[in-house]
Design a protein around this ligand. Sequence first.
Ligand SMILES: [Zn+2]
Ligand SMILES: [Zn+2]
Length: 453
Amino acid sequence: MRSLVIIVFIILSTVTAGAAQMKLSPGRRYRTIERLAPERLAAVAADRAALRRARRKVRLSHGLADYRAILHAHAGDSTHTGGTREELLTAARRTGVKVILLTDHVRPPRDFINDSWRGLHEGVLFIPGSEGEGFLNYPSRSVIDHYLRKDQKSREDYVKMITANGGNIFLSHVEERYDWSTAGLDGLEIYNNHSDMKDEFEFVGWLRGALTNPDRLKLLNSLLARYPLEVFGALQDYHAPTIAKWDRDLLERPLTGVAANDCHHNQVYEIRAVAADTIEISIIGDPPRRVTTTQIPAIAPLLEGRRAGELLARVDLDPYESSLQFVTTHLLLPKQEGLTEAAVRQALRTGRAYVAHDWLGDPTGFAFVAARSGRRVGVMGAQIPLTTALRLRLEAPLPGTIRLFHQGALIAETTGRSLEHLVSKPGVYRAEIWLQIDGEERPWIYSNPIRVE
Ligand SMILES: [Zn+2]
Ligand SMILES: [Zn+2]
């Protein structure tokens, strides 16, 4: 019987190891728990520092002002959310985030528009909204009546309700909705931090184990203190099926790609002593779990000399300051207009934006433009006619691997800070830049497209 168990175990672990190998996302050499090894984290930190030193101001101008924005942010909006709006604001000020588009979980009769923050708070522009019906919803006026009346609307009518009078709407959690139509939408989440977490079974198992393993717990907390962004960023992947949907749907209509932080500040574990032989592990939004020294003898050192009720350890995996630096949507707004809700809504609607993993390197200044005879004729999001001598030009403040896509297919690739392409065909052009970090290629910038007609 025992040998059968061992054989089954060997087969299962071979299968899992094989599957893990097979599904390493593009650019990866290491699995997430491998990326969390102290020497890997140190190497990532060193490469980030080297990139900071290599940073050069972008000379190619898009003529607009670059603002760091966060879409899909939760604060004080549910029992499973740990963070507050005040806390989110503090993190935004520390990380240079200038725009926060909130996405409350809908809880009628609370009105997610009128009972929230709207406008400038200490220099950070807040736009209220919700996550619901599969979308990020940013209506320009309250839609509380829809919920109070318990309206049954078709998806099409719902989209019309949100976008009436200049509201914005994006498809959210695309990994659950590849077959949904994007007609009538402003765009979709091309990266979602929470979606990226969903396949991290191995990491979640490792983390759960750490909570009842005093040595691993100590190591995890020291790594979080020393390498907060490197630990947070260890799960970063490239979501090829989501990007493929974006490419497919872009053939039909303009769609702005945005990043979803999906931040809640709720990945906070607390371990308390409840009796001489029992600990309680709690996480926001879930019932606490009790573990005794009979079940897991290894927890005994945690309890030594501690009184009932005492906090033994706390692991904070997702402070807003980390999630806000991990991924952002940069918006390009007219310089003379300044930071206004109308300008933000317009940039989101027209694709004057790009997604970036800021933690790898500051992308501010990144430019992707169309030019003719040395004159700029369009920026990201533009729709321009095909003429002779039309060129696409791209420049970034850091060197990386630049990839240019036409109708979803890779047509040019180069290493460096800039790329130029003579346009001979109409269609949708977009770019990605990947950075070399600790021997891996990691996605850094996703431009929004320029359409040539
Ligand atoms: Zn939530
Ligand atoms: Zn969410």
